[in-house]
Design a protein around this ligand. Structure first.
Ligand SMILES: O=C(O)c1ccc[n+]([C@@H]2O[C@H](COP(=O)([O-])O)[C@@H](O)[C@H]2O)c1
Ligand SMILES: Cc1cc2nc[nH]c2cc1C
Length: 363
């Protein structure tokens, strides 16, 4: 609890002077003001987070956290639980979508066992922060104890502290866990108060009957556990997951270290909701990578007040959407750093609004 509290206390507001300087430079670059839209606002946000008027993202990491979920006993996933460890080995061999997309974006992948249901074969690149062997079945019992929820959050903070020590300019979140769209939907329903039917989606590919069963499981999870929507630790403990807690901690740790966080899809967004519940001041550090196909993702992004950068109909998780968003962040920084100003290029600046109006009146 000590580490969690200290981390939350260390999260500062963004650097206003760096943002102002970046904004002023954007307005001097050879383009009509605002014409590069989100690339401009992103560059200003990155300047504020990193505390420099000319941000650059050299060291990038995708932290992909794995965990299992007791609620799979309710038939809420199209795939069996064995896929979780099988995909972890795939990540470690470099053969998964996240490995390809992270390589393509010049990012490293950090694979973390937060709570896979089996012991994984040791591997030099596997970070083991196991809080338990899968969560409890949230349809009938809490996912974990309050102590385990805090341990998961603090483990996530530790993972990011180690990455900051290796060199980190930007963090992306990723997840792997068969069944984890169910606790993610339960978190979203608990915190927003919206009906599970508005949030639950197909996950890995359930049919209509499966989705109805999954809605029932989320309804029972909320009724059985009664999570306190104003206590992020309680929501995590009662209807969350070990990898979701780890990711929420990673988000808090990155913000405390003054690093931007690119939030991936449905599960990562549930983790971001836990992080923001615990520390609302973390919100300006977040960048929503994309709009997932999973049903309630929009409701969750709206609650967070985030506008996703991409909409590519993704629903994979692992951090794939976040790795793709790295390209957009790099582009935003390149524009701010490399474009010529009006003065440098000898291009005429915008005519003052009043002068423009005057000319129209004269004509
Ligand atoms: O991130 C998303 O938007 C997303 C949407 C649907 C599924 N997933 C991935 O699929 C798995 C969970 O799906 P399910 O059906 O088993 O709950 C888990 O490993 C997630 O990474 C991820
Ligand atoms: C194959 C497979 C890969 C995944 N990656 C993230 N979630 C996944 C779920 C499945 C089923």
């Amino acid at each position: 609890m000590q580490k969690l509290n200290a981390t939350i206390a260390a999260i500062r507001p963004l650097d206003k002077a760096a943002m102002q300087a970046a904004r002023e430079r954007q307005d001097q670059l050879t383009k009509p003001r605002g014409s590069l839209g989100r690339l401009e606002t992103l560059s200003v946000q990155l300047a504020g987070i990193l505390g420099t008027p000319r941000p650059r993202l050299r060291d990038k990491a995708v932290v992909t956290m794995a965990g299992d979920h007791g609620v799979v006993a309710e038939g809420v996933s199209a795939f069996p639980q064995e896929v979780t460890p099988q995909m972890v080995y795939n990540f470690l061999r470099g053969g998964a979508a996240i490995n390809v997309l992270a390589r393509h974006a010049g990012a490293r992948v950090v694979v973390v066992d937060m709570g896979v249901a089996v012991d994984l074969d040791p591997h030099p690149d596997l970070v083991v922060k196991k809080i338990g062997y899968g969560t409890g079945n949230i349809a009938v019992e809490p996912a974990m104890t309050r102590e385990q929820a805090i341990a998961a959050l603090e483990a996530g903070i530790e993972v990011v502290e180690a990455e900051v020590a290796r060199g980190l300019d930007v963090l992306a979140t990723g997840d792997m866990g068969i069944g984890n769209t169910t606790p993610s939907a339960a978190i979203a329903a608990a915190i927003t108060g919206r009906a599970p039917g508005e949030i639950v989606g197909r996950g890995t590919g359930l049919d209509e009957v499966g989705v109805a069963r999954k809605i029932g499981a989320v309804q029972r999870a909320l009724a059985a556990n009664r999570p306190d929507p104003y206590d992020g630790v309680d929501v995590l403990a009662k209807v969350g997951g070990f990898e979701i807690g780890g990711l929420a901690g990673a988000i808090l740790g990155a913000a405390a270290a003054g690093r931007p966080v690119v939030v991936d899809g449905f599960i990562s967004t549930a983790a971001a909701m836990i992080a923001v519940s615990l520390a609302p001041q973390v919100r300006p550090y977040l960048i929503a990578a994309h709009h997932s196909q999973e049903r309630g993702h929009r409701i969750m992004l709206d609650w967070l007040g985030l506008h996703p950068l991409l909409n590519l109909d993704l629903r994979l998780g692992e951090g794939t959407g976040a790795a793709l968003a790295f390209h957009v962040l790099d582009a935003a920084c390149a524009v701010l750093n490399e474009m010529a100003t009006f003065a440098e290029a000898g291009v005429s600046e915008e005519i003052e609004k009043t002068e423009k109006e005057g000319r129209i009146l004269e004509a």
